[in-house]
Design a protein around this ligand. Structure first.
Ligand SMILES: *Cc1c(COP(=O)(O)O)cnc(C)c1O
Length: 409
């Protein structure tokens, strides 16, 4: 382990890791079980179109979430689009800017105006106290996000939605396996959408599911997922192709069998980070509510430059040089991405908390590809950088001056 600031890889020392450590490296389990399912699928020659693996996967999801209906889809983005259409949303929808851009694109592609609402300082999720002032006569819904799998303020949101006659939907892309007061994600609002993208906690290569207790809505979603076909020749509604394939369901069913191990690994990593970063000035690790089920999928730290002596981006550069590929989701915020930046140039003034959080958060590597040895080294690098921040800052400034000089032709 490194003991001096000048040993950091960014200043020419050897990187702490020879291979890159990622946030969200796919969890891969029991290859034999997966291949067995795939072989049987090939024997059946039923590869997609609501096959037996998709049906079994949907049933398992519904059981785990204690929800009436789970509709598997090819990805969460299309799941959100279908849900928005099936609920008949129009006009404007209240949505956080601090989310993956797909949440907002799913509205915009259907000509619905995303009305960005600021987030809570500690929750990182939509701040219910700010919703009412964002409502207009055209508002039809609230689309909230269980960010980092932490579920907040669901009763207040439900109450607000009911009082104003709004539909309440959740982007639950991060929240599979998480609960709030014992109720599993999937059970809140009118419906919720999970993502099973390769980088997510539960992975089906690409995939997602819409969870709802509303049978009529579920029926409409099933039709819309398959072009509106009710049976062989009968198309009864507008639809698209959002089906999950059998091979994805095979992956999902296999992953579900090992999910406890993934949680245990994520949780151990999170606990170790918490210990190592405890009392480190300016570095705050986001906690999970231990009394609930959590998937511990993300290790999120907030970097306060005044405490650390370096800003988040400087810290990130240092980590990248060590082959620790920390990320800054969801920088710079959807309101600063196109087309929203051009459409809503005034949005940064309305979103002070989003702006601040976007400049501070960093996600550290975790998942089953990361273990105690790696976490220990990452923790030691962070501690070294904070301990020697003034010197590191001077070296960083010198390094960027030097690289400017060398880049002049
Ligand atoms: C990953 C993600 C999505 C998109 O999921 P896909 O399955 O990749 O389409 C949507 N919202 C959030 C918050 C996400 O993190």
């Amino acid at each position: 382990m490194k003991s001096r600031g000048e040993d950091l890889a960014i200043f020419g020392g050897p990187p702490a890791f020879s291979e890159a450590l990622h946030v969200g490296r796919p969890n891969v389990f029991d290859r034999a079980r997966f291949l067995d399912r795939v072989n049987k699928m090939l024997d059946r020659r039923w590869l997609t179109n609501d096959g037996p693996l998709v049906q079994e996967f949907e049933q398992r999801l519904a059981d785990i979430c204690a929800i009436d209906h789970c509709i598997a889809v090819c990805n969460a983005t299309l799941g959100l689009e279908l849900l928005i259409r099936a609920c008949g949303l129009t006009g404007e929808v209240i949505v956080p800017s601090f989310t993956f851009v797909a949440t907002v694109h799913a509205l915009q592609t259907q000509s619905i105006v995303p009305h960005f609402c600021d987030i809570g300082r500690d929750t990182h999720s939509i701040d219910p106290r700010r919703i009412e002032r964002s409502l207009t006569s055209r508002t039809s819904a609230i689309l909230a996000v269980h960010l980092w799998g932490r579920i907040h303020d669901v009763e207040i949101l439900a109450d607000l939605a009911a009082r104003h006659g709004l539909t309440l939907l959740f982007d639950a892309a991060h929240a599979f396996g998480c609960s709030y007061q014992g109720v599993s994600a999937g059970g809140f609002g009118r419906a919720e959408v999970f993502s099973f993208h390769a980088t997510k906690f539960l992975n089906t290569f690409e995939g997602g599911a819409i969870a709802t207790n509303d049978g009529d809505l579920a029926g409409r979603l099933r039709l819309m997922r398959n072009f509106g076909f009710r049976d062989f020749d009968s198309v009864v509604s507008l639809g698209t192709n959002a089906k999950m394939s059998e091979v994805s369901a095979a992956m999902g069913l296999t992953a579900l069998e090992s999910l406890d191990r993934v949680v245990a690994c994520n949780r151990a990593n999170h606990e170790q980070y918490a210990e190592l970063l405890n009392n480190l000035p300016g570095v705050k690790l986001l906690a999970y509510d231990e009394t609930e089920s959590c998937n511990y999928q993300y290790v999120v730290v907030e970097i306060d430059e005044r405490g650390v002596g370096l800003n988040r981006d400087e810290l990130m550069r240092i980590l990248w040089a060590e082959n620790v590929l920390a990320r800054r989701y969801f920088f710079p915020g959807c309101h600063r991405m196109e087309p929203y930046r051009a459409l809503y140039p005034e949005a940064p003034d309305r979103l002070p908390v989003t702006e601040q959080v976007c400049s501070r958060v960093l996600q550290l590597p975790t998942g089953t590809a990361v273990g105690p040895d790696e976490v220990a080294v990452i923790g030691s690098i962070l501690r070294l950088v904070v301990d020697e921040a003034p010197k590191v800052k001077r070296l960083l400034e010198k390094e960027s001056r030097d690289s400017e000089v060398t880049s002049v032709p």
